[in-house]
Design a protein around this ligand. Structure first.
Ligand code: FAD
Length: 482
């Protein structure tokens, strides 16, 4: 039987996988391949937490393929193009199929690979698998990309209709023995697993792989989806799906999530709709990154370019990273991130506001830390999340909207459960002292002598300084405009 290489990247699933399906539809025996070439993603090579996740996800994919009679051929390589050409010669494959990625470096690499393969007479086709719509398929009436979420989502969601997805194949043809690869189902041949094992806490919360993604979606639809529109802002609750790493690695697709919602008859339900709208933000982030590829490095809104960011002080940046700012809700979030590789969205906004507004550090400092520590680190979503909070993004919260972390915590963690869980040394404090322990220094010293007795930055003064700096940048801009 003639064969096709199916090049897996961040589509680590067998169901609703258009590249795999294309091989089967063309009656070509799929030869599943994974190529490890992180330098090709520079400057955004996967961070440490992403690598830890990837190791587990590849092991699961490899077992899932083996249980169907196939095998994942894993190779470490200097050049994905060379590795594909080599594999094509070894296997005699007639075609190479893959699902698209949207980061600028990978679009450039994949385009080059497509032309080179076609130039050698090998069929090379790519497919959309990570999004509900390809970024170029959604455009304004003037044929432009969108810069504002609401009309973007109105247009996209109106076109969705009923979604159907393919099941995972039950059996797959075997891969010839002579085709060598690394065994990722045992050991760690790609050296992705951290040492020492600081990732252990991640796996109490997450089970990487397609089956884990399925379970996570089902658990969410069985319980947390009811009330999602309200509860999604309360970090002590399991009020959101926690599907973000699975979506990032393509262990589940947004189409699958939507198809499951539709077949459960939930598509008209307000809570499920609110959830699908969040998938819409993911679409919007990818739309922006695709159309404005420089936005991962530079302000999306160039009118913020004159803004003077402060030079980071090492000890303050480290205090933020390690959850030692002295501001309980911020410390709780940063510790949740460190322990589990994930942080609740509301708390992401609070910690990002403190960094970019009260400390006035450039959003890239925060984006870089998240990049290394999040299991769902995703260039499109992370860039958009940071630029949105920093006030530099498309359709962003304006810079002058500065979160007060104390009132945010009082509102969204009203019983203090989230703070107590992640900053247990403060568990004995109550009322205002729990949210702003510097207002009750005696109690703090008695109960949590190791916890900072003052925040790393005075919230009131830093807010005023940030607003003054913002005002100054507007004056500078106005002078430039005239
Ligand atoms: C500063 C900052 C950085 C962020 N970095 C990332 C990141 O690197 N990777 C990432 O996936 N998300 C990021 N987000 C967005 C959001 O916080 C996470 O997607 C969400 O918390 C994941 O939890 P969930 O799966 O339970 O979300 P749910 O509420 O269940 O939402 C379902 C899915 O929708 C998508 N989604 C939800 N909110 C957003 C959003 N605001 N923007 C884009 N997509 C969204 C995610 O894929 C998510 O899994 C960031 C947000 C901020 C404020």
């Amino acid at each position: 039987m003639a064969s096709a290489l199916v090049w897996f990247r961040r589509d680590l699933r067998l169901a609703d996988n258009p590249a795999l399906q294309a091989a089967l539809d063309a009656e070509l025996a799929p030869i599943p391949v994974y190529l490890h070439a992180p330098h090709e993603e520079a400057p955004w090579e996967p961070g440490a937490a992403s690598c830890a996740w990837l190791a587990k996800s590849l092991a699961v994919l490899s077992q899932d393929l083996a249980s169907r009679g196939s095998r994942l051929v894993v190779r470490r390589c200097d050049s994905s193009l060379d590795a594909l050409l080599q594999l094509q010669v070894e296997t005699g494959a007639e075609a190479v199929f893959w699902n698209r990625l949207y980061e600028p470096a990978l679009i450039a690499r994949d385009s080059e690979i497509k032309s080179a393969l076609r130039g050698q007479g090998v069929r090379a086709d790519s497919f959309g698998a990570a999004l509900l719509r390809e970024p170029w398929e959604v455009e304004t009436g003037q044929g432009e990309p969108y810069r504002v979420f609401t009309p973007f989502w109105k247009k996209l969601s109106a076109e969705l209709g009923s979604v159907s997805v393919s099941d995972a194949p039950k059996r797959l043809p075997s891969v010839p023995d002579g085709i060598e690869g690394l065994d990722v189902s045992r050991g760690d041949p790609l050296e992705l697993v951290p040492s020492p094992r600081w990732d252990k806490g991640f796996w109490e919360r997450f089970e990487p792989g397609e089956a884990g993604a399925d379970k996570q979606l089902k658990a969410f639809l069985d319980s947390a989806v009811s009330g999602y529109a309200e509860d999604r802002d309360f970090p002590a609750e399991t009020g959101t799906s926690r599907l973000s790493p699975y979506l990032h690695f393509g262990e589940i697709s947004p189409r699958q999530a939507l198809a499951t919602i539709q077949s459960a008859g939930l598509d008209a339900d307000g809570d499920a709709k609110a959830f699908v709208r969040e998938l819409g933000w993911r679409e919007f982030s990818h739309h922006l990154l695709y159309h404005f590829p420089k936005s991962a490095e530079a302000n999306f809104n160039s009118r913020m370019d004159p803004f003077e960011w402060a030079a980071p002080e090492k000890d303050k940046l480290e205090a933020w990273q390690r959850g030692r700012t002295g501001i309980p809700i911020v410390d709780a979030g940063m510790r949740e991130l460190w322990a589990t590789g994930w942080m609740h969205n509301r708390v992401r906004m609070i910690v990002a506001s403190l960094l970019t507004k009260n400390l006035r550090y450039h959003w890239r400092h925060g984006a870089d830390w998240f990049w290394d520590t999040l299991v769902d680190a995703d260039l499109a979503n992370n860039t958009q999340g940071w630029q949105w909070t920093a006030g530099t993004g498309a359709d962003a919260a304006p810079y002058f909207r500065i979160f007060n972390p104390v009132t945010q915590a009082e509102r969204f963690d009203p019983n203090g459960d989230y703070i107590r869980r992640w900053v247990p040394e403060l568990a004995g404090l109550t009322g205002k002292a729990l949210y702003a322990p510097w207002t009750a220094v005696d109690a703090l010293r008695r109960m949590a002598p190791g916890y900072p007795s003052a925040p790393i930055v005075d919230l009131k003064h830093s807010r005023e300084a940030a607003l003054a700096a913002y005002q100054q940048s507007r004056v500078a801009l106005a002078e430039k405009d005239t």
